[in-house]
Design a protein around this ligand. Structure first.
Ligand SMILES: [Zn+2]
Length: 95
């Protein structure tokens, strides 16, 4: 008597991407109190550099990265190198 069609149950698949997103956002919020480690700052450095290059609000948008750069000369060096690269690559050659 087991005539359940498995089609219905079969159709429901995996949908975890949204959950992952929410968790990520949550994580961002909860880490707001903590300073970044070099690893965390470095992982966001690309993004931060682009923000700095495009908006003056970069420090407000990613305060923890900025915070880390203030404290960590190593990462600051890296940031300045990246920023320089981005700016020279971005601007039209005028020399
Ligand atoms: Zn660092």
């Amino acid at each position: 008597m087991n005539e359940y069609s498995s089609a219905n149950q079969h159709a429901g698949g995996v949908a975890i991407s949204q959950d992952n997103l929410v968790e990520l956002m949550h994580r961002l919020e909860t880490t707001l109190d903590n300073a970044y480690s070099c690893e965390e700052a470095f992982a966001l450095l690309d993004e931060y550099v682009e923000l700095v290059a495009t908006t003056e609000e970069a420090e407000q948008l990613m305060p923890l990265v900025k915070n880390h750069l203030d404290l960590c000369p190593d990462c600051r060096d890296e940031f300045e190198i990246l920023l320089h690269i981005l700016k020279t690559a971005d601007s039209t050659p005028d020399e």
